[in-house]
Design a protein around this ligand. Structure first.
Ligand SMILES: [Zn+2]
Length: 417
């Protein structure tokens, strides 16, 4: 049995009161001290003390005057969050054909980017991580006087609940304990690490245009395919963090052999891997392909050009994209029957052909679902390639600002802290 001292209990209570007051101000956008007291049922003097502390810390400011009271009393000053009073430092790492793409964004408390940089680097493995940590450190150091709530990192690989990166082959990071690395690099700051699809769905759910939906599936299609799900407003991670690895969901037991030892995995049909294979086959058989997707001199295949060509209506590329979408639709209908989402959000490179992709998938899903309860709407991710970075920012904000308050430092469960 644990024993708490009275002083410790008192401190916990004060911290909880801080969180309650902070959340009230965030939710109301503008509110007077007396309204906070009324809504939280805390005493006006407790509220006053907490609010003064927030004002001193620079995260709450007083604005204008409130409505005058019916009795004709003095108009109360209103409180609101000072969005510039603190910030969240984020990074997103993904593999591109040109190299490793790293985005750095500093957000204020209103999720407005106040500093952003995006670059393609020719680094991988531990060297990439060491470089990213140094960049993050210099960004944190630049925020003079502005409190850094924490650091959020998104990565395009499978991230286990143990904070280990798996199958980050394109980043040269397999079975890499990234969470431990980040924790050692930033011992004084909370750090959250999330895989890109999970981060993206959180971004769309908390900041994008899907805040009112409780059941969502996000599918990222590009060189690979991955999915994430929010069901009843909760992100589904699974026992070890492996939920949503749909690339290895088979849609054909007689299909091609996959690296995982199974046949017919979705990644062989519904990703740019299929474009590359089909283009190479066509070239080998002497069939014509657009010069934008294959350079005969270098024998280089450009799978990402397929999207642009299909949008322009080029017949060969339209055929390739349609083939991908037909197989993707089978995979998505499996997810629909399993999870019954209200919406499926499409992200990744596939978005660059969204004018073709979204109507096509909606038609297919209407065909594949046979009763009103399983109907679903397919939409494009609004935040696009920025969804993961907004997502990790939202985790830092929720976990280390709204829920815990600025001074509250408790132990985390599986997220790095
Ligand atoms: Zn497989």
């Amino acid at each position: 049995m644990q024993h708490h001292s009275k002083a410790a209990d008192q401190k916990l209570l004060q911290e909880l009161n801080r969180i309650v007051v902070l959340n009230e101000i965030v939710e109301a956008k503008q509110i007077s001290r007396s309204q906070v007291a009324k809504r939280t049922k805390l005493s006006p003097s407790t509220v006053s003390i907490i609010v003064e502390a927030f004002i001193n810390e620079g995260i709450v400011i007083e604005v204008g005057d409130g409505d005058s009271t019916k009795a004709g009393g003095r108009k109360p000053r209103l409180l609101r969050i000072n969005e510039k009073g603190a910030c969240i430092v984020t990074a997103a790492v993904s593999a591109e054909s040109r190299g490793i793409l790293v985005q750095f964004v500093v957000f204020d408390l209103g999720f407005t980017p106040i500093d952003e940089r995006e670059l393609v680097v020719d680094r991988s493995g531990e060297e990439l991580i060491r470089w990213m940590e140094n960049e993050l450190r210099s960004i944190v150091d630049r925020q003079e006087g502005r409190r850094v709530l924490g650091i959020g990192v998104s990565i395009s690989a499978i991230v286990g609940n143990d904070g280990v990166v798996y199958r980050g082959h394109l980043l040269d990071l397999d079975e890499f304990p990234l969470a431990d690395h980040l924790r050692r690099a930033f011992p004084r700051l909370p750090v959250v690490l999330e895989e890109d699809t999970s981060a993206a769905i959180l971004g769309e759910h908390t900041i994008g245009s899907n805040t009112t939906y409780q059941n969502l599936i996000y599918v990222m299609v590009g060189r690979g395919i991955g999915a994430s799900a929010i069901l009843s407003n909760r992100l589904i991670k699974g026992a070890k963090g492996g939920a949503g690895v749909i690339g290895h969901m088979s849609i054909n037991k007689f299909g091609e052999m996959c690296t995982c030892g199974k046949r017919g995995c979705l990644r062989l049909y519904a990703t740019e891997l299929m474009f590359m294979k089909k283009i190479r086959e066509a070239v080998r058989d002497g069939r014509p392909v657009p010069s934008s997707v294959f350079d005969p001199k270098t024998e280089q295949v450009y799978p990402r050009e397929v999207y642009q060509e299909a949008v322009k209506g080029e017949p060969y590329c339209t055929g390739l994209l349609t083939t991908l979408l037909d197989d993707l639709a089978i995979g998505l209908s499996n997810l629909v029957h399993l999870f019954n989402p209200e919406r499926i959000l499409i992200g990744g490179n596939l978005l660059s052909a969204q004018n073709v992709v979204i109507p096509y998938l909606n038609t297919k899903m209407a065909e594949y679902t046979d009763s009103p309860p399983t109907s679903v709407e397919v939409v494009a991710s609004k935040l696009g390639k920025d969804a993961p970075i907004y997502g990790v920012a939202s985790i830092v904000y929720n976990d280390h600002f709204l829920k815990k308050g600025l001074l509250l430092k408790t132990k985390r469960s599986n997220r790095v802290s």
